[in-house]
Ligand binder design. Sequence first.
Ligand code: ADP
Length: 424
Amino acid sequence: MDSPSFSSQLEIKEFLRPILFGLAEEDLDTLAEAAVVCTFPAGAVICREGEVGEEIYFVVDGHVEIVKQMDEDTEHYLHRAGPGEYFGEIAILQEGPRVATVRAAGPVTLLEIGQEPFLAVLGRSPALGIRILVRMTGRLRDSDQQAIEELRRANIELIRALRQLEQLDQTKTDFIRVSAHELRTPVAALLGYAQMMHDNALIQENAELRTLVGGVRAGAERLHRLFNSILDLSRLMTDGVTVRRSPVSLPVVFQGVESDFEQALKERNLRLEVKGLKKLPFYAGDPDMLFKVMYHLVNNAIKYTPNGGRITVTGRMAEVPEMGQCIEVAVEDTGIGIAPGDIALIFEKFYRTGEVALHSSGTTIFKGGGPGLGLAIAKGIVEAHGGRIWAESPGYDEEACPGSRFVVQLPLEAQVESAIQPKV
Ligand code: ADP
């Protein structure tokens, strides 16, 4: 590139004249006198977004690129300015930091004028002020349109990616469902044989064999439970469920849950308190499904509460906006709690917090493993009954154990009039 081609102030004045047309002679003189010619090599940063800048620049030769930093790695290209164009005026007018970064697109020669003479001239020439304003608004409009176009394109990309993810998720769910379905039958047979072996007198007499068969039975039970949970969930998610409603006594349903966990509660030295359930009216719902909701909530409370803790199940009637009269059951524990960032996600299928490797294999031992399906199943069932479920916790802390509270609300209004015969 040729070096700056100004040999006198007069030439600078003549360069500025068409750009700032309409300026009085003495104002052009003031600017030409204050102007400094400077050159930058390709790639040099002339102004940096966020930094204070008190100069306006006029491009004499070469080009600059004006960009906005979106994040550490991404830039948003705004404009390319060539000979006769100027930049840097916004920071001067706003008396604020630079709103964009300007970089030399190649070797570039600029005229640099300080804010003081520039503002002095601007103060005397309202026409120049208006022209700058019009130019700024034009640029803003262009960049708005560009941004809208980019957003539109990004949106289309996102929707496409979402569709693909949904498709993949569906394929995965189908695969898991088919596998669970296929495997459940042989596992049920295995479980039956393991049970028969376990009950066999010869095996009962032999401590070593008893332990071995006990292990096979426990493993088969676990697999059976897992496949059943997967099938429950896939039915809830894909096939939709028919809620076979009949009047249900929640205390009776809960007794079943309590007896399933009696042994575990004893072993883990956990106290289970039940309050207010008996005062609840019969609820027209699906007893098997409601059993599963309670089962998973209590199972989790056991799993995530250290030995010696307390689990409280409270039933009450609640008047809820948009749902009316509801039966509310809350399961509260004195366990490790849930981090705020996880609280909404734990109801997603297969979502488990913490290191997967740390999930051990027991279903009721402290922080024992689980496939991450219990809450998704509970949510599906509650919603199929027209209700809602959510979790509350001050946070996750294995030392302080702030506890968690899971609340289920089931609206009475969704009940079926024809359900008459009480059934457990
Ligand atoms: P999982 O089989 O892993 O227990 P769930 O769907 O039942 O699957 O629960 C999902 C996750 O929610 C769990 O992995 C656990 O991190 C968290 N969670 C559920 N219940 C509790 C609870 N009572 N206290 C603390 N964390 C809980």
